[in-house]
Design a protein. Structure first.
Lengths: 406, 136
């Protein structure tokens, strides 16, 4: 007999809810089995902390006197361009945006010292940021340029809207070429001499709810140190990706679009980041609580690093050319030992997703729930699951077709 | 005038199997003391070495190394970690040649042991959050 989400929330209010992290749940399920674990445990908390490029900040800056309309003009924050194609003073700043004057990869590998992710970190840390805008004047918005300092506190709204976060599993990146390559998966040494992976494995949110049974639109989450919500499935959401016998994807699969008030968040959980030779991004701390409604959810939250595999991909040829080849599949348990065996070769591994901070996210969320400050929500709607078979498609690259012309 | 320099040599894969250090000693009369080396056949190599000898010989030896495709970099003074910035992502561990940066298991925290550091500087631009800092 399962329990309902409302019963769990009543326990949270009463103060007798039983919460464990996904890491702790591995031991609980191993020791007691999923049936008993489902009876004893009410909520499992997950966490992840890593670079998530599809992240950005939606802002309303308030109106200047006289008024200015950014739409159709250009806006920069600390020289980093923001998107202004919206109403007068609404702008969106993406994590990978770079100042026009950044040399990028002109001298390879470029350093990418400062971009959109760093502006977001500066704002959340309370620092003043230089806003510069030029635009055309109208009868109702006569002002054509402005240069002023803004802070997060003074903004009317500032919320993260991250179109793709919390990837359910990810590639292990290797390099078969003869030279070091510089990727969003870090620097990769030549001839299979390093392997970089990027998932919290057994702590990772969607790997604990592999069929998105409890994580859907409206699910309340930990985002950047504050409270956020799942807004939609993320871009490139591919629930139909190949799965193992436990139903856990063996490559990047589901993703989430998430939203949350930046004013509640902290710089500890949102870090501007620079990947040498690649660009800037934002490191995000994100955690999702999973209500243990039944035995199946106890089993999936109890899955360990040994139960979760990732695909080893060559980032010198296969990835850039969008080829399908997978060199090998390895478990997170193997990855975390520090070496994997591929083609008879022993390759040192490096994580790019912080496991210590993922653990801290899951622990913080556990404290919030146990202390009664965070109740669970039932999704307003589910996101497409494995049964849809949906996978992301490629970009078309051709002349207009008849169908498109007509 | 006699000089002594601590330098980092970056070897491209093709040069790794050449007896470069032998030539430094035989042809340029430099005394060498290898402080750290991370060199495997057919891979990019890195060596921290102290070279001593006459200044003109050292300059000619530098030209020789450049012609061989070996990048020569003066040894940096001091690398420190800003612990407030480090997020323990591990990106630095893969590029560190001297095991000064390692992952502690099972905590998966990145440990920095300054006494193992050869100050090659590889971690500085690799760290995504700029936690590894150069001090002179």
């Amino acid at each position: 007999m399962g329990k309902t989400l409302e019963e769990i929330n009543q326990k949270i209010r009463r103060g007798d809810v039983v919460v464990v992290t996904a890491e702790e749940m591995v031991d609980v399920v191993a020791e007691k089995g999923p049936k008993k674990a489902a009876q004893e445990i009410d909520v499992v908390t997950t966490g992840t902390f890593g670079a998530m490029c599809s992240s950005g900040l939606m802002m309303n800056l308030g109106h200047s006197k006289p008024r200015i309309k950014f739409g159709g003009g250009q806006v920069r924050l600390n020289r980093v361009p923001a998107y202004a194609g919206l109403a007068a003073v609404d702008i969106y700043l993406g994590a990978t945006a770079l100042p026009d004057e950044d040399p990028r990869n002109a001298v390879f590998p470029g350093e990418f010292r400062y971009g959109g992710g760093h502006v977001i970190e500066d704002l959340v840390a309370g620092r003043q940021v230089l806003l510069e805008a030029t635009t055309y004047g109208t009868d109702c918005y006569p002002r054509r340029q402005i240069s002023t300092y803004v802070t997060l506190k003074e903004m009317n709204e500032a919320y993260l809207f991250n179109p793709r976060n919390s990837y359910q599993n990810y590639n292990v990146a290797v390099n078969k070429s003869d030279r070091t390559i510089y990727t969003y998966m870090g620097a990769l040494k030549p001839r299979l001499s390093s392997a970089n992976y990027c998932s919290a494995g057994q702590l990772s949110p969607l790997l604990n709810d592999p069929a998105y049974r409890t994580t859907g639109i409206g699910t309340r989450i930990f985002l950047g140190g504050g409270i956020g919500y799942v807004a939609w499935q993320g871009t490139q959401h591919s629930p139909g990706a190949k799965r193992n016998e436990l139903g856990i994807p063996v490559a990047g699969a589901g993703t989430l679009a998430v939203v949350g008030d930046l004013k509640q968040m902290t710089a500890r959980w949102l870090r501007g980041a620079s990947f040498r030779g690649y660009g800037t991004t934002l490191m995000v701390g994100l955690g999702i609580p999973i209500p243990v409604l039944d035995e199946e959810l106890a089993a999936s939250t109890g899955a360990s690093d040994a139960d979760i595999q990732a695909s080893v991909i060559d980032y010198s040829q296969t990835y850039p050319n969008r080829e399908p080849d997978v060199i090998a599949r390895v478990s997170y348990a193997e990855l975390k030992t520090g070496t994997i065996q591929v083609d008879g070769k022993s390759i040192p591994t490096t994580p790019l997703s912080s496991y210590p901070l993922a653990r801290e996210v899951a622990g913080t969320l556990k404290d919030w729930i146990t202390s009664g400050k965070f109740e669970l929500t039932s999704p307003a709607a589910l996101i497409p699951g494995p049964e849809t078979g949906a996978v992301m498609g490629p970009m078309p690259d051709h002349a207009p077709t008849e169908a498109a012309v007509s | 005038m006699s000089v002594s320099h601590k330098v980092v040599l970056h070897f491209p894969p093709a040069v790794v199997e050449q007896p470069v250090i032998y030539h430094l000693s035989r042809d340029y009369d430099l005394a060498f003391n290898i402080l750290k080396a991370s060199i495997s056949p057919q891979e990019e190599g890195l060596m921290v070495i102290e070279l001593s000898g006459d200044e003109p010989d050292f300059r000619r030896a530098s030209d020789y190394l450049m012609k061989q495709g070996v990048r020569l970099q003066p040894l940096l003074q001091d690398i420190r970690r800003n612990d407030d910035r480090c997020v323990h992502c591990g990106a630095c561990v893969g590029v560190c040649p001297s095991e000064a940066l390692t992952l502690e298991r099972p905590t998966m925290r990145v440990i920095f042991r300054a006494d193992e550091c050869v100050a090659c500087g590889e971690c500085v631009p690799t760290c995504p959050v700029r936690a590894m800092e150069l001090h002179f």
